[in-house]
Design a protein around this ligand. Structure first.
Ligand code: FES
Length: 56
């Protein structure tokens, strides 16, 4: 499922980046360029991040 429509980034890619060590929004931005345009995906990215960090 697409989370960031501006950049065409899926939840799968976000989970993968977290599994590879991204542990902040700054890391996700740097890795995938999410939440850098309209910002609408920021909330969703953050909740995937929190979820991912709890499972790591
Ligand atoms: Fe991610 Fe617009 S949907 S920046």
């Amino acid at each position: 499922m697409y989370i960031c429509l501006c950049k065409g980034v899926t939840d799968h890619q976000i989970r993968e980046a977290i599994a590879e060590g991204a542990c902040s929004m700054r890391d996700l931005r740097a890795a995938l360029d999410v939440a850098n345009q309209c910002g609408k995906c920021g909330r969703e990215c953050k909740s995937l991040l929190n979820e991912g960090l709890m499972n790591n």
